[in-house]
Design a protein around this ligand. Structure first.
Ligand code: A3P
Length: 391
């Protein structure tokens, strides 16, 4: 008993002495402790900003359920190497729901950078590259400027097969809808890249927005522009099909014909106006030389993707890596599906919002549309010096 008492009291005295010592130490070194604490905090902030970019997706207007879909897409991309993207569809839904377009199209770019890092990891980017000071977000050196419903997503995904290409998944819409956010904001939407890689973004409505060519030129006079064009009649039907899929009920006729004269196509109708390629293209030629714009046939993207990619890679001064081995024509879907590498057993197709089945169109309306577009198409062929042979 006695021994126990002596031991425990010793223990207590020892404890008090220790605590006092600790208090004394803290008191003596309080300035240093404060300095160390503040330094740790600053380092932590710097680390989070530089290496994680953990932007909450609610900032971009996604509801919890949409966030779930989005996150699932991301994990698909990361772990299943799937390219069945639903960006356009997801963001379209988001836009039509909230109309809060600013920033809404751009979901976390860090995820894109991680995605691209992972995709290209096997192809040469070393582990630890992410930590390299050269692995940073850069303004795009190439932009897919349009045209909506012509194959812009397909072109971007074909390009992403190339190890030297990085691109944000969602459309950024900086030059038309978020310009006031500034170039630094724009840069932050891009995935990280190495100095050898080319950053590409696509926002199809740039093509028809008046201010955009000059704005892009103000950012860079050397940026390369890619324009995908498709028979404007088919483009209009595709646009209309997309509207129907979103629950809109107006018929094609109601959307494209003049209210005052139902027999005539209305050039001011939104889906008709987009197809006046010559009119829009002239504006781009005011800001950029023709040689800086590659015009890609949307029809060729479907029937001969490898040939298109040869031209695109040459235009971007890239080694011609993406060739016919990367494509597999899926007869059921009626479109080329992609192989991440030529040995991949199961090619991945673009998601269901691309390559939709078009509804039957009244042949009279079809003929009217064709006749309407004919002179504009001829002008466009002359401007770009390519005959697309649209009917
Ligand atoms: P449809 O869905 O009307 O067939 P965008 O990406 O600019 O919205 O263009 C969509 C169009 O891309 C599709 O229109 C489809 O015709 C075309 N497309 C081109 N290549 C494709 C591919 N490999 N898979 C699916 N659609 C493709």
């Amino acid at each position: 008993m006695g021994t126990t008492f002596r031991l425990s009291s010793k223990h207590r005295i020892y404890n008090i002495a220790c605590r006092m010592d600790l208090k004394n130490m803290i008191w003596r070194f309080r300035r240093k402790a404060l300095f160390a604490g503040v330094s740790c905090f600053i380092f932590l902030i710097f680390y989070v900003e530089t290496y994680t970019d953990s932007k909450p997706s609610h900032k971009h207007g996604l509801s919890p359920s949409e966030r779930l879909v989005y996150n699932r897409r991301i994990s698909d991309l990361r772990f299943n190497s799937s390219i069945e993207l639903g960006w356009d569809e997801l963001l379209d839904r988001q836009r039509s729901k909230s109309r809060l377009v600013q920033g809404a199209e751009t979901v976390s770019s860090s995820l894109d950078s991680e995605d691209s890092n992972e995709r290209h990891g096997k192809k040469g980017l070393k582990r630890g590259h992410k930590r390299s000071p050269d692995f940073v977000k850069r303004l795009p050196q190439a932009i897919i400027i349009g045209v909506k419903k012509s194959g812009t997503r397909a072109l971007l995904e074909y390009l992403r097969l190339h190890p030297k290409i990085v691109a944000p998944g969602p459309e950024v819409h900086f030059f038309d809808k978020s310009y006031e956010e500034g170039l630094n904001w724009y840069r932050k939407q891009m995935p990280r890249s190495t100095p050898e890689q080319v950053t590409v973004e696509k926002s199809p409505s740039y093509f028809i927005t008046e201010e955009v060519p000059q704005r892009i030129h103000d950012m860079s006079s050397t940026v390369k522009l890619l324009l995908v064009v498709r028979d404007p009649v088919q483009r209009a039907i595709s646009d209309h099909t997309q509207s129907l899929s979103k629950g809109k009920t107006r018929t094609l006729e109601q959307r494209i014909m003049k209210e005052t004269d139902p027999g005539a196509v209305d050039p001011e109708s939104y889906i008709v106006k987009i197809g006046l390629y010559a009119k829009h293209f002239r504006r781009w030629l005011d800001s950029f030389p023709r040689s800086q714009i590659l015009v890609v046939s949307g029809e060729d993207l479907v029937t001969k993707p490898a040939d298109v990619m040869a031209d695109v890679q040459e235009f971007l001064n890239l080694e011609k890596i993406v060739n016919e081995d990367y494509f597999f024509f899926n007869e059921t879907k009626g479109f080329p599906c992609l192989k991440r590498d030529p040995h991949e057993a199961v090619p991945k197709c673009l998601d269901g919002s691309k390559g939709r089945h078009h509804p039957d169109v009244n042949p009279e309306i079809l003929e009217k549309l064709r006749r309407f577009y004919k002179p504009y198409n001829e002008q466009f062929y002359k401007l770009v010096n390519v005959n697309f042979h649209w009917r």
